[in-house]
Write a protein that binds this ligand. Structure first.
Ligand code: SAH
Ligand code: SF4
Ligand code: F3S
Length: 463
Protein backbone atom coordinates (compact mmCIF):
# COMPACT_ATOMS: atom_id res chain seq x y z
CA UNK A 1 0.00 0.00 0.00
CA UNK A 2 1.27 3.43 -0.77
CA UNK A 3 1.72 6.09 1.84
CA UNK A 4 -0.43 9.14 1.40
CA UNK A 5 -0.69 12.40 3.29
CA UNK A 6 -4.10 13.92 2.97
CA UNK A 7 -6.63 15.84 4.96
CA UNK A 8 -10.36 15.33 4.71
CA UNK A 9 -12.22 17.49 2.18
CA UNK A 10 -13.46 20.57 4.01
CA UNK A 11 -17.20 21.03 4.22
CA UNK A 12 -18.20 23.47 1.45
CA UNK A 13 -21.07 25.11 3.36
CA UNK A 14 -20.52 24.91 7.11
CA UNK A 15 -23.23 26.33 9.35
CA UNK A 16 -22.10 28.86 11.93
CA UNK A 17 -21.68 27.72 15.51
CA UNK A 18 -20.68 24.17 14.60
CA UNK A 19 -17.57 22.58 16.03
CA UNK A 20 -14.71 22.09 13.64
CA UNK A 21 -12.66 18.94 13.18
CA UNK A 22 -9.35 18.67 11.38
CA UNK A 23 -8.35 15.14 10.40
CA UNK A 24 -4.81 14.46 9.22
CA UNK A 25 -4.18 11.13 7.54
CA UNK A 26 -0.85 9.34 7.42
CA UNK A 27 -0.15 5.90 5.98
CA UNK A 28 -2.15 3.73 3.62
CA UNK A 29 -5.51 3.89 1.83
CA UNK A 30 -7.11 2.07 4.74
CA UNK A 31 -6.40 5.10 6.88
CA UNK A 32 -7.78 7.41 4.18
CA UNK A 33 -11.00 5.40 4.26
CA UNK A 34 -11.13 5.35 8.07
CA UNK A 35 -10.56 9.12 8.25
CA UNK A 36 -13.55 9.64 6.00
CA UNK A 37 -15.67 7.38 8.15
CA UNK A 38 -14.58 9.18 11.32
CA UNK A 39 -15.42 12.53 9.75
CA UNK A 40 -18.81 11.12 8.69
CA UNK A 41 -19.61 9.92 12.20
CA UNK A 42 -18.47 13.24 13.68
CA UNK A 43 -20.72 15.07 11.21
CA UNK A 44 -23.64 13.33 12.91
CA UNK A 45 -22.34 14.80 16.20
CA UNK A 46 -22.37 18.34 14.81
CA UNK A 47 -18.78 18.67 13.63
CA UNK A 48 -17.78 20.14 10.27
CA UNK A 49 -14.49 19.32 8.57
CA UNK A 50 -11.89 22.07 8.28
CA UNK A 51 -8.62 21.95 6.37
CA UNK A 52 -6.45 23.82 8.88
CA UNK A 53 -5.68 22.78 12.46
CA UNK A 54 -5.43 26.40 13.68
CA UNK A 55 -9.18 26.94 14.00
CA UNK A 56 -10.14 23.34 14.82
CA UNK A 57 -11.90 22.40 18.06
CA UNK A 58 -10.84 18.82 17.49
CA UNK A 59 -7.68 17.62 15.78
CA UNK A 60 -7.45 13.93 14.90
CA UNK A 61 -4.17 12.47 13.69
CA UNK A 62 -4.75 9.17 11.93
CA UNK A 63 -1.32 7.60 12.16
CA UNK A 64 0.88 4.96 10.53
CA UNK A 65 3.33 2.69 12.36
CA UNK A 66 4.80 0.80 9.40
CA UNK A 67 8.32 2.25 9.51
CA UNK A 68 10.10 4.21 12.21
CA UNK A 69 10.02 7.39 10.11
CA UNK A 70 6.26 7.08 9.67
CA UNK A 71 5.56 6.82 13.38
CA UNK A 72 8.02 9.58 14.36
CA UNK A 73 5.97 11.97 12.20
CA UNK A 74 3.31 11.79 14.90
CA UNK A 75 5.53 13.23 17.60
CA UNK A 76 6.78 16.12 15.47
CA UNK A 77 3.17 16.95 14.57
CA UNK A 78 2.20 16.79 18.26
CA UNK A 79 4.99 19.26 19.12
CA UNK A 80 3.46 21.80 16.73
CA UNK A 81 -0.08 21.12 17.93
CA UNK A 82 0.88 21.62 21.57
CA UNK A 83 1.89 25.21 20.77
CA UNK A 84 -1.37 25.80 18.89
CA UNK A 85 -3.37 24.37 21.78
CA UNK A 86 -1.56 26.65 24.27
CA UNK A 87 -2.24 29.69 22.10
CA UNK A 88 -5.92 28.83 21.90
CA UNK A 89 -6.05 28.28 25.65
CA UNK A 90 -4.61 31.78 26.11
CA UNK A 91 -7.63 33.04 24.12
CA UNK A 92 -9.93 31.03 26.36
CA UNK A 93 -10.69 28.42 23.67
CA UNK A 94 -10.29 24.70 23.81
CA UNK A 95 -8.63 22.30 21.41
CA UNK A 96 -8.97 18.55 21.78
CA UNK A 97 -6.18 16.43 20.36
CA UNK A 98 -6.84 12.82 19.41
CA UNK A 99 -4.47 10.19 18.04
CA UNK A 100 -6.03 7.41 15.97
CA UNK A 101 -4.64 4.73 13.66
CA UNK A 102 -1.84 2.25 13.93
CA UNK A 103 0.49 4.16 16.28
CA UNK A 104 -2.48 4.60 18.63
CA UNK A 105 -3.08 0.85 18.63
CA UNK A 106 0.61 -0.01 19.04
CA UNK A 107 1.61 2.56 21.65
CA UNK A 108 -1.65 3.18 23.54
CA UNK A 109 -1.22 5.26 26.70
CA UNK A 110 2.52 5.57 26.06
CA UNK A 111 1.54 8.35 23.62
CA UNK A 112 -0.06 10.42 26.40
CA UNK A 113 2.94 9.78 28.62
CA UNK A 114 5.27 11.09 25.94
CA UNK A 115 2.96 13.89 24.76
CA UNK A 116 0.63 14.95 27.60
CA UNK A 117 -1.10 17.41 25.27
CA UNK A 118 -2.96 14.41 23.78
CA UNK A 119 -6.50 13.96 25.15
CA UNK A 120 -7.56 10.81 23.34
CA UNK A 121 -5.89 7.71 21.89
CA UNK A 122 -8.17 5.50 19.80
CA UNK A 123 -7.24 2.36 17.84
CA UNK A 124 -8.65 1.39 14.42
CA UNK A 125 -10.89 -1.33 15.85
CA UNK A 126 -12.73 1.05 18.20
CA UNK A 127 -13.72 3.97 15.96
CA UNK A 128 -17.40 3.26 16.51
CA UNK A 129 -16.79 4.40 20.11
CA UNK A 130 -15.40 7.77 19.00
CA UNK A 131 -18.45 9.93 19.93
CA UNK A 132 -18.65 8.34 23.39
CA UNK A 133 -14.88 8.73 23.88
CA UNK A 134 -15.10 12.43 22.99
CA UNK A 135 -17.90 12.90 25.49
CA UNK A 136 -15.63 11.46 28.17
CA UNK A 137 -12.82 13.81 27.10
CA UNK A 138 -15.23 16.75 27.46
CA UNK A 139 -15.92 15.50 30.97
CA UNK A 140 -12.24 16.02 31.74
CA UNK A 141 -10.85 12.49 31.24
CA UNK A 142 -7.81 11.42 29.23
CA UNK A 143 -9.14 8.49 27.20
CA UNK A 144 -7.32 5.48 25.76
CA UNK A 145 -9.54 3.18 23.62
CA UNK A 146 -7.58 0.29 22.17
CA UNK A 147 -9.27 -2.80 23.62
CA UNK A 148 -11.76 -4.52 21.36
CA UNK A 149 -13.56 -7.78 20.76
CA UNK A 150 -13.12 -9.38 17.36
CA UNK A 151 -16.88 -9.15 16.61
CA UNK A 152 -16.54 -5.36 16.96
CA UNK A 153 -14.42 -5.04 13.87
CA UNK A 154 -17.13 -4.25 11.38
CA UNK A 155 -19.61 -2.99 13.95
CA UNK A 156 -17.70 0.04 13.04
CA UNK A 157 -19.05 3.34 11.98
CA UNK A 158 -22.42 4.07 10.43
CA UNK A 159 -22.63 3.95 6.61
CA UNK A 160 -22.00 7.38 5.10
CA UNK A 161 -25.06 9.56 4.59
CA UNK A 162 -26.17 10.18 1.01
CA UNK A 163 -25.24 13.86 0.98
CA UNK A 164 -21.79 12.89 2.20
CA UNK A 165 -21.23 10.29 -0.51
CA UNK A 166 -22.26 12.88 -3.07
CA UNK A 167 -19.15 14.90 -2.26
CA UNK A 168 -16.90 11.85 -2.43
CA UNK A 169 -16.14 12.18 -6.12
CA UNK A 170 -16.40 9.53 -8.79
CA UNK A 171 -13.83 7.15 -7.34
CA UNK A 172 -14.17 5.75 -3.82
CA UNK A 173 -12.55 3.31 -1.44
CA UNK A 174 -14.59 0.56 0.18
CA UNK A 175 -13.06 -1.56 2.94
CA UNK A 176 -14.02 -5.22 2.56
CA UNK A 177 -11.41 -6.87 4.75
CA UNK A 178 -9.33 -5.81 7.71
CA UNK A 179 -6.40 -7.18 9.60
CA UNK A 180 -3.72 -9.68 8.76
CA UNK A 181 -2.79 -13.19 9.89
CA UNK A 182 0.30 -13.49 7.72
CA UNK A 183 2.88 -12.29 10.25
CA UNK A 184 5.65 -11.35 7.85
CA UNK A 185 8.58 -10.99 10.23
CA UNK A 186 9.22 -7.32 9.40
CA UNK A 187 5.65 -6.08 9.71
CA UNK A 188 3.58 -4.42 12.47
CA UNK A 189 0.21 -4.67 10.71
CA UNK A 190 -0.91 -7.97 12.33
CA UNK A 191 -0.35 -6.27 15.71
CA UNK A 192 -1.94 -2.91 14.90
CA UNK A 193 -4.86 -4.12 12.78
CA UNK A 194 -5.46 -7.45 14.47
CA UNK A 195 -6.67 -10.72 12.97
CA UNK A 196 -8.08 -11.05 9.46
CA UNK A 197 -11.79 -10.32 9.27
CA UNK A 198 -13.94 -10.25 6.13
CA UNK A 199 -16.90 -7.93 5.93
CA UNK A 200 -20.19 -9.67 5.05
CA UNK A 201 -21.45 -9.47 1.45
CA UNK A 202 -24.72 -7.68 2.33
CA UNK A 203 -22.84 -4.86 4.11
CA UNK A 204 -20.40 -4.43 1.24
CA UNK A 205 -23.15 -4.43 -1.40
CA UNK A 206 -25.23 -1.91 0.59
CA UNK A 207 -22.29 0.47 0.91
CA UNK A 208 -21.37 0.06 -2.76
CA UNK A 209 -24.98 0.82 -3.77
CA UNK A 210 -25.01 3.89 -1.55
CA UNK A 211 -21.77 5.12 -3.11
CA UNK A 212 -23.06 4.44 -6.64
CA UNK A 213 -26.24 6.44 -5.87
CA UNK A 214 -23.97 9.30 -4.78
CA UNK A 215 -22.26 9.31 -8.19
CA UNK A 216 -19.33 6.95 -7.63
CA UNK A 217 -18.30 5.14 -10.83
CA UNK A 218 -15.11 3.43 -9.68
CA UNK A 219 -14.73 1.34 -6.52
CA UNK A 220 -11.42 0.31 -5.01
CA UNK A 221 -11.92 -2.52 -2.56
CA UNK A 222 -9.52 -2.24 0.35
CA UNK A 223 -7.97 -4.69 2.76
CA UNK A 224 -4.56 -5.33 4.29
CA UNK A 225 -4.88 -8.66 2.50
CA UNK A 226 -7.85 -7.89 0.34
CA UNK A 227 -7.60 -11.09 -1.68
CA UNK A 228 -7.96 -13.13 1.52
CA UNK A 229 -11.55 -11.83 1.65
CA UNK A 230 -14.14 -14.61 1.79
CA UNK A 231 -17.78 -14.84 2.75
CA UNK A 232 -21.15 -16.41 2.09
CA UNK A 233 -22.52 -15.12 -1.18
CA UNK A 234 -26.15 -14.12 -1.78
CA UNK A 235 -26.46 -17.45 -3.63
CA UNK A 236 -25.58 -19.25 -0.39
CA UNK A 237 -22.21 -20.44 -1.72
CA UNK A 238 -18.81 -19.65 -0.29
CA UNK A 239 -17.31 -16.71 -2.20
CA UNK A 240 -13.80 -15.37 -2.60
CA UNK A 241 -12.83 -11.95 -3.88
CA UNK A 242 -13.35 -13.05 -7.52
CA UNK A 243 -17.04 -13.82 -6.91
CA UNK A 244 -17.49 -10.61 -4.89
CA UNK A 245 -16.12 -8.57 -7.80
CA UNK A 246 -18.65 -10.17 -10.16
CA UNK A 247 -21.44 -9.27 -7.73
CA UNK A 248 -20.34 -5.63 -7.39
CA UNK A 249 -20.03 -5.37 -11.18
CA UNK A 250 -23.84 -5.73 -11.37
CA UNK A 251 -24.52 -2.54 -9.37
CA UNK A 252 -25.97 0.14 -11.67
CA UNK A 253 -23.58 3.05 -12.13
CA UNK A 254 -20.44 1.17 -11.14
CA UNK A 255 -18.20 1.03 -14.20
CA UNK A 256 -14.80 0.15 -12.81
CA UNK A 257 -13.43 -2.04 -10.06
CA UNK A 258 -10.03 -2.27 -8.43
CA UNK A 259 -8.70 -3.86 -5.26
CA UNK A 260 -5.63 -3.46 -3.07
CA UNK A 261 -3.43 -4.79 -1.39
CA UNK A 262 -2.99 -8.42 -2.33
CA UNK A 263 -0.74 -11.15 -1.06
CA UNK A 264 0.69 -13.55 -3.71
CA UNK A 265 -0.41 -16.56 -1.61
CA UNK A 266 -4.07 -15.54 -1.88
CA UNK A 267 -4.27 -15.01 -5.67
CA UNK A 268 -6.64 -17.91 -6.37
CA UNK A 269 -7.88 -19.25 -9.72
CA UNK A 270 -11.27 -17.54 -9.45
CA UNK A 271 -9.60 -14.16 -8.94
CA UNK A 272 -7.27 -14.67 -11.89
CA UNK A 273 -10.29 -15.75 -13.96
CA UNK A 274 -12.06 -12.51 -12.95
CA UNK A 275 -9.18 -10.59 -14.55
CA UNK A 276 -9.86 -12.53 -17.77
CA UNK A 277 -13.68 -12.42 -17.76
CA UNK A 278 -14.59 -9.11 -16.13
CA UNK A 279 -13.50 -6.22 -18.35
CA UNK A 280 -14.48 -3.63 -15.74
CA UNK A 281 -11.86 -5.07 -13.39
CA UNK A 282 -9.04 -2.68 -14.22
CA UNK A 283 -5.72 -4.03 -15.54
CA UNK A 284 -3.60 -2.81 -12.65
CA UNK A 285 -2.46 -5.05 -9.85
CA UNK A 286 -0.38 -4.21 -6.79
CA UNK A 287 1.19 -7.50 -5.81
CA UNK A 288 4.06 -6.97 -3.35
CA UNK A 289 6.89 -9.52 -3.34
CA UNK A 290 9.40 -7.71 -1.03
CA UNK A 291 12.45 -9.69 -2.20
CA UNK A 292 13.64 -11.89 -5.06
CA UNK A 293 15.78 -14.11 -2.83
CA UNK A 294 14.29 -17.38 -1.57
CA UNK A 295 16.48 -17.22 1.53
CA UNK A 296 15.19 -13.76 2.43
CA UNK A 297 11.60 -14.59 1.48
CA UNK A 298 11.81 -17.47 3.94
CA UNK A 299 13.30 -15.29 6.68
CA UNK A 300 10.51 -12.78 6.02
CA UNK A 301 7.93 -15.57 6.38
CA UNK A 302 6.38 -14.72 3.02
CA UNK A 303 5.72 -18.43 2.46
CA UNK A 304 6.42 -18.57 -1.26
CA UNK A 305 9.48 -18.73 -3.49
CA UNK A 306 10.59 -16.23 -6.12
CA UNK A 307 9.82 -18.67 -8.97
CA UNK A 308 6.28 -19.17 -7.66
CA UNK A 309 5.72 -15.43 -7.78
CA UNK A 310 7.07 -15.26 -11.34
CA UNK A 311 4.80 -18.12 -12.45
CA UNK A 312 1.85 -16.36 -10.85
CA UNK A 313 2.68 -13.17 -12.77
CA UNK A 314 2.78 -15.20 -16.01
CA UNK A 315 -0.68 -16.62 -15.31
CA UNK A 316 -2.08 -13.18 -14.52
CA UNK A 317 -0.64 -11.77 -17.73
CA UNK A 318 -2.09 -14.67 -19.71
CA UNK A 319 -5.50 -13.81 -18.26
CA UNK A 320 -5.11 -10.07 -18.88
CA UNK A 321 -2.31 -9.23 -21.31
CA UNK A 322 -2.45 -5.45 -20.72
CA UNK A 323 -1.99 -5.89 -16.95
CA UNK A 324 0.24 -3.25 -15.34
CA UNK A 325 2.02 -4.63 -12.31
CA UNK A 326 3.06 -2.83 -9.18
CA UNK A 327 4.99 -4.08 -6.16
CA UNK A 328 6.58 -3.32 -2.80
CA UNK A 329 10.21 -4.08 -1.98
CA UNK A 330 12.29 -4.03 1.17
CA UNK A 331 16.07 -3.78 0.89
CA UNK A 332 18.46 -4.60 3.73
CA UNK A 333 16.34 -7.11 5.64
CA UNK A 334 18.61 -8.69 8.30
CA UNK A 335 21.05 -11.14 6.69
CA UNK A 336 20.51 -9.83 3.13
CA UNK A 337 23.76 -10.43 1.21
CA UNK A 338 24.90 -8.83 -2.05
CA UNK A 339 23.73 -11.99 -3.83
CA UNK A 340 20.28 -11.82 -2.21
CA UNK A 341 19.98 -8.25 -3.38
CA UNK A 342 21.09 -9.20 -6.91
CA UNK A 343 18.30 -11.82 -6.88
CA UNK A 344 15.82 -9.02 -6.17
CA UNK A 345 17.23 -6.98 -9.07
CA UNK A 346 16.89 -10.03 -11.33
CA UNK A 347 13.27 -10.60 -10.29
CA UNK A 348 12.48 -6.97 -11.05
CA UNK A 349 14.06 -7.30 -14.50
CA UNK A 350 11.96 -10.38 -15.19
CA UNK A 351 8.66 -8.93 -14.04
CA UNK A 352 9.05 -5.47 -15.57
CA UNK A 353 6.93 -3.32 -13.25
CA UNK A 354 4.77 -0.38 -14.30
CA UNK A 355 5.12 1.12 -10.83
CA UNK A 356 6.57 0.16 -7.46
CA UNK A 357 7.37 1.25 -3.91
CA UNK A 358 10.67 0.37 -2.28
CA UNK A 359 11.87 0.89 1.26
CA UNK A 360 14.88 0.39 3.48
CA UNK A 361 14.17 -2.20 6.14
CA UNK A 362 13.14 -0.47 9.36
CA UNK A 363 13.30 -2.67 12.48
CA UNK A 364 9.96 -2.46 14.30
CA UNK A 365 9.78 -3.17 18.03
CA UNK A 366 7.88 -6.35 18.79
CA UNK A 367 8.32 -7.95 15.35
CA UNK A 368 10.53 -11.06 14.99
CA UNK A 369 12.69 -9.35 12.34
CA UNK A 370 13.94 -6.78 14.84
CA UNK A 371 15.56 -9.56 16.90
CA UNK A 372 17.33 -11.27 13.97
CA UNK A 373 21.14 -11.17 13.80
CA UNK A 374 23.15 -9.57 10.97
CA UNK A 375 21.39 -6.27 10.53
CA UNK A 376 22.56 -4.58 7.34
CA UNK A 377 24.57 -1.35 7.50
CA UNK A 378 22.60 1.81 6.79
CA UNK A 379 25.10 2.79 4.06
CA UNK A 380 24.63 -0.56 2.31
CA UNK A 381 20.84 -0.20 2.55
CA UNK A 382 21.12 3.28 1.01
CA UNK A 383 23.19 2.04 -1.89
CA UNK A 384 20.89 -0.93 -2.58
CA UNK A 385 17.81 1.26 -2.40
CA UNK A 386 19.31 3.70 -4.90
CA UNK A 387 20.15 0.94 -7.37
CA UNK A 388 16.75 -0.69 -7.03
CA UNK A 389 14.91 2.62 -7.38
CA UNK A 390 16.92 3.50 -10.50
CA UNK A 391 15.88 0.21 -12.10
CA UNK A 392 12.24 0.57 -11.02
CA UNK A 393 12.02 4.15 -12.33
CA UNK A 394 13.49 3.17 -15.67
CA UNK A 395 10.79 0.49 -15.94
CA UNK A 396 8.14 2.98 -14.91
CA UNK A 397 9.20 5.48 -17.58
CA UNK A 398 9.41 2.75 -20.21
CA UNK A 399 5.86 1.69 -19.28
CA UNK A 400 4.56 5.25 -19.57
CA UNK A 401 6.32 5.76 -22.90
CA UNK A 402 4.83 2.52 -24.23
CA UNK A 403 1.36 4.00 -23.76
CA UNK A 404 1.92 6.90 -26.16
CA UNK A 405 -0.25 6.29 -29.23
CA UNK A 406 -2.55 3.88 -27.36
CA UNK A 407 -6.33 4.40 -27.50
CA UNK A 408 -8.14 3.79 -24.23
CA UNK A 409 -11.02 4.77 -21.94
CA UNK A 410 -10.59 7.40 -19.25
CA UNK A 411 -12.84 8.10 -16.27
CA UNK A 412 -13.04 11.89 -15.81
CA UNK A 413 -12.46 12.72 -12.16
CA UNK A 414 -11.70 16.36 -11.41
CA UNK A 415 -10.74 19.75 -12.82
CA UNK A 416 -7.14 20.06 -13.96
CA UNK A 417 -4.65 22.61 -12.71
CA UNK A 418 -5.38 24.94 -15.63
CA UNK A 419 -8.76 26.18 -16.87
CA UNK A 420 -10.16 24.02 -19.65
CA UNK A 421 -8.29 20.96 -18.43
CA UNK A 422 -9.71 17.94 -16.76
CA UNK A 423 -7.98 15.04 -15.03
CA UNK A 424 -9.11 11.49 -15.60
CA UNK A 425 -7.91 8.05 -14.63
CA UNK A 426 -6.53 5.57 -17.12
CA UNK A 427 -7.20 1.84 -16.67
CA UNK A 428 -3.60 1.55 -15.41
CA UNK A 429 -4.25 4.04 -12.61
CA UNK A 430 -2.05 6.77 -14.10
CA UNK A 431 -3.81 10.14 -14.25
CA UNK A 432 -4.60 11.48 -17.71
CA UNK A 433 -4.82 15.18 -18.55
CA UNK A 434 -7.31 16.10 -21.27
CA UNK A 435 -9.00 19.26 -22.56
CA UNK A 436 -12.55 19.34 -21.28
CA UNK A 437 -14.88 20.92 -18.79
CA UNK A 438 -16.08 19.97 -15.35
CA UNK A 439 -19.64 19.06 -16.36
CA UNK A 440 -18.10 15.93 -17.88
CA UNK A 441 -16.87 14.65 -14.49
CA UNK A 442 -18.06 11.07 -14.02
CA UNK A 443 -18.10 10.36 -17.77
CA UNK A 444 -15.94 7.70 -19.34
CA UNK A 445 -14.53 8.88 -22.63
CA UNK A 446 -12.43 7.31 -25.36
CA UNK A 447 -9.05 8.98 -25.84
CA UNK A 448 -5.72 8.61 -27.59
CA UNK A 449 -2.63 9.09 -25.44
CA UNK A 450 -0.36 11.65 -27.07
CA UNK A 451 2.46 12.22 -24.58
CA UNK A 452 3.67 11.51 -21.05
CA UNK A 453 4.04 14.08 -18.26
CA UNK A 454 5.54 13.59 -14.80
CA UNK A 455 3.63 10.61 -13.47
CA UNK A 456 0.75 11.39 -15.77
CA UNK A 457 -0.35 11.00 -19.37
CA UNK A 458 -1.58 13.60 -21.84
CA UNK A 459 -4.43 12.58 -24.14
CA UNK A 460 -6.83 13.77 -26.80
CA UNK A 461 -10.49 12.96 -26.90
CA UNK A 462 -11.58 10.72 -29.79
CA UNK A 463 -15.06 11.12 -31.14
N1 SAH B 1 -0.41 -5.95 3.28
C1 SAH B 1 0.51 -5.49 2.38
C2 SAH B 1 1.55 -4.52 2.91
C3 SAH B 1 1.25 -3.52 3.91
S1 SAH B 1 2.61 -2.58 4.43
C4 SAH B 1 1.28 -6.66 1.81
O1 SAH B 1 1.34 -7.70 2.39
O2 SAH B 1 1.87 -6.49 0.80
C5 SAH B 1 3.17 -1.81 2.95
C6 SAH B 1 4.58 -2.08 2.62
O3 SAH B 1 5.44 -1.49 3.57
C7 SAH B 1 4.98 -3.54 2.62
O4 SAH B 1 4.61 -4.18 1.45
C8 SAH B 1 6.46 -3.47 2.78
O5 SAH B 1 7.13 -3.35 1.54
C9 SAH B 1 6.67 -2.17 3.56
N2 SAH B 1 7.06 -2.46 4.95
C10 SAH B 1 6.34 -3.08 5.90
N3 SAH B 1 7.06 -3.18 7.04
C11 SAH B 1 8.26 -2.62 6.81
C12 SAH B 1 9.44 -2.43 7.58
N4 SAH B 1 9.53 -2.87 8.83
N5 SAH B 1 10.49 -1.81 6.99
C13 SAH B 1 10.41 -1.38 5.72
N6 SAH B 1 9.34 -1.52 4.94
C14 SAH B 1 8.27 -2.14 5.47
FE1 SF4 C 1 2.33 -7.05 6.78
FE2 SF4 C 1 2.83 -9.32 5.58
FE3 SF4 C 1 0.41 -8.85 6.55
FE4 SF4 C 1 1.26 -7.53 4.41
S1 SF4 C 1 0.92 -9.74 4.55
S2 SF4 C 1 0.22 -6.67 6.18
S3 SF4 C 1 3.41 -7.28 4.83
S4 SF4 C 1 2.26 -9.09 7.74
FE1 F3S D 1 0.49 2.20 8.19
FE2 F3S D 1 -1.37 0.98 9.57
FE3 F3S D 1 -1.65 1.30 6.96
S1 F3S D 1 0.79 0.80 9.90
S2 F3S D 1 0.45 1.25 6.23
S3 F3S D 1 -1.58 2.89 8.45
S4 F3S D 1 -2.30 -0.44 8.16
Amino acid sequence: MSEKLTSIEPDPAPQTGMRKVFVKTYGCQMNVYDSQRMADSLAAEGYVATDTPEDADLVLLNTCHIREKASEKLFSALGRLRKMKDMRAAEGKEMTIGVAGCVAQAEGEEIIRRAPTVDLVIGPQTYHRLPEALARVRGGEKVVETEYAIEDKFEHLPAPRREVTRRRGVSAFLTVQEGCDKFCTFCVVPYTRGAEVSRPVAQIVAEAERLAEGGVRELTLLGQNVNAWHGTGDDGREWGLGELLFRLARIPGIARLRYTTSHPRDMDDALIAAHRDLPMLMPYLHLPVQSGSDRILKAMNRRHKAEEYLRLIDRIREARPDMALSGDFIVGFPGETDQDFEDTMELVRRVNYAQAYSFKYSPRPGTPGADLPNHVDEAVKDERLQRLQALLSSQQYAFQDSLVGVETDVLLEKPGRFAGQIVGRSPWLLPVIIDGNTDQIGDIIHVKITATGTNSLIAQKLT
